[in-house]
Design a protein around this ligand. Sequence first.
Ligand SMILES: Nc1ncnc2c1ncn2[C@@H]1O[C@H](COP(=O)(O)OP(=O)(O)OP(=O)(O)O)[C@@H](O)[C@H]1O
Ligand SMILES: Cc1cn([C@H]2C[C@H](O)[C@@H](COP(=O)(O)O)O2)c(=O)[nH]c1=O
Length: 205
Amino acid sequence: MRGKLITLEGIDGSGKSTVAGKLQENPAIKAFEPVFTREPTKGTLTGDAVEKAIQSDTDQLAELFLFTADHAEHLAKIVKPALEKGKIVISDRYSDSRYAYQGITLKTHLENPLEWVKNLHRDWTIVPDLTFLFDIRPEVSIQRCGKRGEQSKFEKIEFLRKVREIFLRLAREEPERFIIIDASRSPEYIEKEVTEKILEFLSRN
Ligand SMILES: Nc1ncnc2c1ncn2[C@@H]1O[C@H](COP(=O)(O)OP(=O)(O)OP(=O)(O)O)[C@@H](O)[C@H]1O
Ligand SMILES: Cc1cn([C@H]2C[C@H](O)[C@@H](COP(=O)(O)O)O2)c(=O)[nH]c1=O
């Protein structure tokens, strides 16, 4: 039986990686022996290319294709093999990040970048079975990013406000797939809520 793909999404600083780390140590989640992964991938040719691209003023269309190439590699080498073995896969960021972020960065290149990027994926991607959207005001998430000391070119309030709007639109369009999490709560509270929702989902599917 095919496994289940669960994704964590949200703007920079929304707390996805912190909760992903907690889930990896959570006994109730560990019992399912899930595969934890992320996009952009780490330690791969495509993930390294993405890392370099987002640290420089790479053309937005070129950046999209690098993120998308990384997604193809992620599917082929990690996601598909795990799902075919019946495993649960939990990914910290996935395609919805591309739709939300490049749906904004490509406004200078394309008339309707969100639909164009979604169509680019349509015939070959794997749609998640469950997506947690860590929703937070960019004013709060940017403060958190500042505290952790690193600054990516995407960590700008007005940009993240537009990215957040796309994430919320994606969630409205697929209410059966998305669970919106109030990411302003404590990491402990969010871990508990996400764990409960995952266990509930797995008991039904
Ligand atoms: N619920 C929370 N409340 C307060 N601070 C938090 C919370 N979750 C994470 N943080 C802190 O905010 C910063 C960003 O957290 P984290 O890296 O988990 O966010 P993220 O969504 O993965 O960000 P990015 O996508 O940019 O990697 C870290 O310094 C982390 O310690
Ligand atoms: C998968 C993906 C990510 N991004 C952006 C989101 C972040 O600002 C950076 C790096 O992500 P991380 O979680 O901080 O490692 O890249 C994007 O623009 N498009 C994507 O498809």
